[in-house]
Design a protein around this ligand. Structure first.
Ligand code: FES
Length: 590
């Protein structure tokens, strides 16, 4: 349908709200009966008389919360969005939605991602809105908003809240997250006093905004723009930067235009969009968490994205961005150096040229104008930081449905490895025994942690990058092969095989591995196996200790989650939330 086709032009041929059709909100406000009266009267509250006739009603789905400090400033962004919506002729409407603060929410924010997505989806559908502007920032908020928008499929645009400015302590930049571990290690090692450690606390988070490393929040903002859901050039703009408010205003204007153009997510997000997101994910050296989120978003849109696509598309993409945790700089530097568009220009030949953005133009449009201003932060294609940066997907009798590993983060001497398993049945079991002087473990051992998948924990926490035993650290060991059915922080590194699917708690073979079994890892061949004959492995019962560690929840969201969550290799969504229900609501109670 042409972008110039507006409401009232010609016959209605699409869904309600499509060009030429009545606005979706007219189902509530249109007509002269009692119900329309009720809907209008309660919403009037000073709105001009023409507010209910032909003006798009645009929700601002806002994850602001003081308990989500990374998103606490989103009300300010919402005000700019609101101005833009009003200026373009729409009616802005605040819609507070579930917020998830990564550092606060227990047991793990990932347990609540699907709940946030479901609640947002239902409120978008239930209310008289024609479009939505999505405001997110902290790790799980952008994924949950994208999942919701994909399922409701009303016109939608996302504005990420942006990273915080770089904090400094005693002249040294602090990367939030990554440097917490560094400073605490310095205290343990005697290189820093406890008083200095505590003094650094108020310098770590210098400004509003989300984490400033290339962790999951930064990754998801950049991936969402590469997917096409964020206006070009906006993702990565620091939270305090005035240009973010300008962009937010423009996003409000765009949201109104989307209604006229009937540009819903399903009309422009394609497999090619996800292809571009995967290329970007690799080139920026983004978090492995993006994989499980992209799979879930694709599932909502009915796009056939698989783990194999992640490996095929991303694993040969060069790493161009020198940011913590793998590198040196922080998001403020990244934006100053040219940001995402400069990176995309360097890998332009790897992108799908036809994939569109929310503005209706291809992602690749205008990339010629994207300059790199600081090559110490963003490398040119000819001189990448690493030649191949993506994620590899492993399979084998330990992970029949797949597992992830980041080869560029693995130690070269461990890319092919055979070692004896040391098995931990839960994260509590791990903490209880890892530093036991009697633990039979050496540098060649393979640490196996199970019970940390979507069902097992529940919620798939970021624990896969298990700390090495103190005894081995003191011997100078810095990396070992680790295998887990959980996730790992976007700030983590090492030879870590994660997202093992199916997980132990879902009957995966990880539940049958025993301490002393030989584990064989071959990243080049994309294999992860336990060297146990098939018949013997099949005959083994799952570890009773592992079974005992899974206490099935009896009520509430955890019960619903455990009963319905899918495995990591398809995005860990709830089985009944996969796919779209659209925006139709067939009944009302008045
Ligand atoms: Fe919110 Fe890191 S804790 S983005």
């Amino acid at each position: 349908m042409s972008d110039s086709h507006r409401h009232g032009d010609g016959p209605c041929t699409g869904p309600t709200g499509a060009a030429g059709c009545p606005l979706r909100s007219a189902q509530w406000y249109g007509g002269d009966d009692r119900n329309a009266y009720i809907h209008r009267a309660w919403m009037r509250r000073g709105l001009p008389s023409g507010a209910f006739t032909g003006r798009p009603h645009v929700a601002i789905a806002n994850t602001a919360s003081q308990l989500t400090p990374c998103n606490a400033h989103l009300d300010e962004i919402a005000a700019s969005v609101s101005n833009g919506i009003y200026e373009a002729g729409g009616i802005p409407l605040d819609l507070p939605v579930v917020s998830l603060g990564e550092t606060n929410v227990r047991p793990t924010a990932m347990l609540w991602r699907n709940m946030a997505a479901m609640a947002t989806e239902e409120m978008l559908r239930a209310n008289p809105i024609d479009a939505v502007v999505l405001l997110g920032g902290c790790d799980k908020t952008i994924p949950s908003l994208l999942m919701a928008a994909g399922s409701v499929d009303v016109p939608a645009v996302l504005v990420p809240g942006g990273p915080m400015l770089t904090g400094h302590f005693r002249g040294t930049a602090l990367g939030c997250g990554t440097d917490v571990w560094r400073l605490s290690e310095e205290v343990r090692g005697g290189g820093m006093t406890q008083a200095d450690f505590e003094a650094s606390e108020s310098a770590m988070i210098r400004s509003k905004g989300h984490c400033n490393t290339m962790g999951t929040a930064s990754t998801m903002a950049l991936v969402a723009e590469s997917l096409g859901m964020v206006p070009r050039g906006v993702a990565g703009t620091p939270a305090p930067d005035a240009r973010l408010l300008e962009a937010s205003h423009a996003a409000g204007v765009l949201a109104v235009e989307l209604v006229g153009a009937d540009r819903r997510p399903s009309t422009f997000l394609t497999k090619g969009s996800f292809h571009n997101a995967i290329v970007a994910l690799a080139a920026i050296g983004g978090s492995s968490n993006a994989v499980v989120h992209l799979l879930a978003v694709a599932g909502r849109l009915g796009i056939d994205l698989t783990l194999d696509d992640v490996d095929r598309i991303g694993s040969h993409v060069p790493l161009l961005v020198n940011l913590q945790p793998a590198g040196q700089h922080l998001m403020d530097d990244f934006f100053r150096a040219g940001g995402l568009r400069a990176v995309l220009r360097e890998v332009r030949d790897l992108l799908d040229p036809d994939a569109l953005m929310v503005d209706g133009r291809p992602l690749v449009d205008g990339l010629d104008d994207a300059e790199i201003w600081d090559e110490s932060v963003i490398s040119r294609r000819a001189t990448p930081l690493q030649a191949e940066a993506g994620l590899a997907v492993l399979r084998g009798n330990l992970a029949p449905d797949g597992a992830l590993v980041k080869p560029s983060a693995a130690s070269p001497h461990l890319l092919r490895h055979r070692g004896r398993a040391v098995v931990f049945d839960s994260i509590e079991d791990f903490h209880a025994r890892v530093d036991d002087p009697d633990l039979d473990i050496d540098a060649d051992s393979v640490m196996v942690l199970r019970g940390c998948g979507p069902k097992g924990y529940p919620g798939m926490p970021e624990v896969s990058n298990m700390p090495l035993p103190q005894r081995l650290l003191e011997q100078g060991v810095r990396d070992m092969v680790r295998i887990c059915d959980g996730r790992m922080s976007g700030t983590a590194y090492g030879t870590v095989v994660l997202h093992v699917s199916p997980e132990a708690a879902a009957g995966g073979p990880l539940a049958k591995v025993r301490t002393g079994d030989w584990i064989v890892l071959d990243i080049e061949q994309r294999r992860i196996d336990v060297d146990v004959p098939d018949a013997e492995l099949a005959a083994r019962e799952p570890s009773p200790e592992a079974q005992a560690a899974y206490a099935a929840p009896t009520r509430g969201w955890e019960r619903l989650y455990v009963d319905h969550v899918e495995q990591a290799h398809t995005g860990a969504d709830l089985d009944f939330l996969v796919g779209a229900s659209g925006s139709e609501v067939s009944r009302e109670s008045h």
